[in-house]
Design a protein around this ligand. Structure first.
Ligand code: URA
Ligand code: SF4
Length: 184
């Protein structure tokens, strides 16, 4: 399936109850040729209204974090676990994550990134398993189906608890180093 077809089909998806309350499907944004993909949880209010991931306060912080290591929305791809907004910004339910996972799987297949960065525990659990502990295991590279996968604290968590920012800075530096190494 081509990227265009995938996006068109996803925009019409009614695969879980979240379709009923969405304004827009938030498919993803960025460079589909990138060696690195960032994966969040699900759209919030602003994302639902604009149809783009990470455009609210947490998104602004994400942009700032990315710019520290010379990344932006033109040289990475950003998507979410679920493409439609969970009402009231609650965590996406297991059933919704399950229903939506095929879209993300196909995005990953087509982009075929060397690196995946999970934003927060919910996204990390999908790749590293239910036992993943974000406070202990952020910043570590895991080998998952031939890709290097790392989790960062979710930018919304960094807004709530700025004491975690120095750790995230270190994690970002490790991402930068891995990208440089892969370029060689
Ligand atoms: N939080 C997420 O996980 N994803 C978004 O797109 C916005 C906020
Ligand atoms: Fe379809 Fe995913 Fe939206 Fe549910 S959240 S309706 S599975 S695109």
């Amino acid at each position: 399936m081509s990227w265009k077809t995938l996006e068109m089909e996803c925009r019409r998806c009614t695969g879980c109850p979240l379709h009923a309350t969405r304004t827009n499907v938030v498919f993803g944004v960025g460079n589909t040729e990138s060696p690195i993909m960032f994966i969040g949880e699900g759209p919030g209010e602003k994302e639902d209204l604009q149809g783009e991931p990470f455009v609210g306060r947490a998104g602004k912080l994400l942009d700032d974090m990315l710019s520290l290591i010379d990344l932006d929305r033109t040289n990475i791809y950003i998507a979410n676990m679920v493409k439609c907004r969970p009402p009231g910004n609650r965590d996406p339910l297991p059933l919704e994550r399950q229903a939506c996972s095929g879209w993300l799987d196909r995005q990953i297949e087509l982009i075929n990134p060397k690196f995946i960065v999970c934003l927060g525990r919910i996204a990390a659990m999908r790749f590293m398993g239910e036992d993943f502990k974000i406070t202990l295991d952020h910043g570590k590279w895991y080998d998952v189906q031939g890709r290097k996968v790392m989790a960062l604290f979710h930018p919304a968590a960094l807004l709530r608890d700025p004491r975690r920012r120095p750790d995230t800075f270190e994690d970002l530096k490790r991402i930068q180093a891995a990208l440089k190494e892969a370029e060689k």
